[in-house]
Ligand binder design. Structure first.
Ligand SMILES: [Zn+2]
Length: 60
């Protein structure tokens, strides 16, 4: 089902909607600010995952 609200702030999407590709899927947000929030969140998630992997390797 297609959602018609911003993936970040849940505002209704209008003609100014933006599509952002995150982790292999496309989500829609209402503005550039929300798009940037999504990208930042994905970078943080990736960094955390990389750290967790590194920690596991360090444990042996
Ligand atoms: Zn938004």
């Amino acid at each position: 089902m297609k959602t018609d609200t911003c993936a970040v702030c849940d505002c209704p999407l209008d003609h100014a909607r933006k599509s952002v590709r995150i982790g292999g899927r496309t989500v829609e947000v209402c503005c550039d600010e929300c798009a940037q929030t999504l990208r930042d969140a994905e970078i943080a998630t990736r960094a955390a995952a990389a750290e967790a992997t590194a920690a596991k390797h360090a444990e042996g």
